[in-house]
Design a protein around this ligand. Sequence first.
Ligand SMILES: [Fe+2]
Length: 367
Amino acid sequence: MFLVPLREALHQADRRDQTWAVTSILDTTDNVGEASPGIGQGLATMSIPAIDMSRFHSGGPEARRSMAAALASACGKTGFFHVTGHRVERRVILTMREMTAAFFRLPAEEKRALCAAPGDYRGYIPFAAFGNNTRSGEADLYEGFKLHREVEAHDPIREACDLYGPNRWPVRIPGFRRAVLDYWRAMDALSEELLRLFALALGLGEGRLLPCFEEPLTNMTLLHYPPVDRRCAGSGIHPHRDIDAFTIVHPGDVPGLEVLTRDRRWIEVTAPEGALVVNVGNMMELWSGGRFVSAPHRVTPPSGAPRYSFPYFAMPRHDVLVEPLLPRVEGFDRAAVQTGFIVRELYRTNWKSLAQSDPEIDAGTVK
Ligand SMILES: [Fe+2]
């Protein structure tokens, strides 16, 4: 709905510096105005902005600039958008979804044999084991399986940072590892395209962010939200901001993902069939100097069918210091972060029993 005006803006600006169009879009302060009441739930739904990735490959530089302008607009409003026309095969997504469900169907003892630990954040996360990162909240009502970019045990990067390493793989699900790695490759490819667009959307060179993602700490979590009794339900996942650069998630066939808009309304995120949802994380917000929004979001537990999800968290290399690449907008005071430090702090404090080393550290929980 906003693509046409943006195209017009860019057309008018075609003799000007690309930054002009981006800045003029980023300077908008209007809230999302597309919310409408959801049917039977009392919760508003929102069609988040769409980015058609098919033009990334077929449209040339002008098309990419136009896409970047649309991306800048989306990121400056809710920080959520969905991508259509991407090259992620439907088969790869569906297989990933099947494998996620298959993992959580394993007997409890098999899952527990793969349990993650505070010093080794790979593997199974039992139901309700995690809460928010400040120790003040209730348990999150999910079970999970934590995966990281697969790194061999003898890889030299492990000498520099022990957050890297091999994953723990279930052995009794044929095709599980292959499905995860296929999906991961597809996400990596889409992630690179998005990084190029994010850079353009910030008025930077297209390749500006790519070096930050060589040997990245990118990770995924497979999630299972079992249905719960609404009368005593807590959060599927507590309100939080993602600490990464951005997150790509298949919206799934059971609703639950909600985002807090600038005017403080919780809105259910919806996307069309085949689309993938992307949200800006704290690091991209930081790179943008506060122009892009890392929006609070949460998952409400389902009441009927279980919800499965498998978000991909795009995270820079461990030694990347993330700091604004543009002048800060007024009032934006997020502190620069060293990737390895904040990732380690998040992983450690996900366990309900472990406190943050410093309460001022922003590990994503919305207080
Ligand atoms: Fe999140």
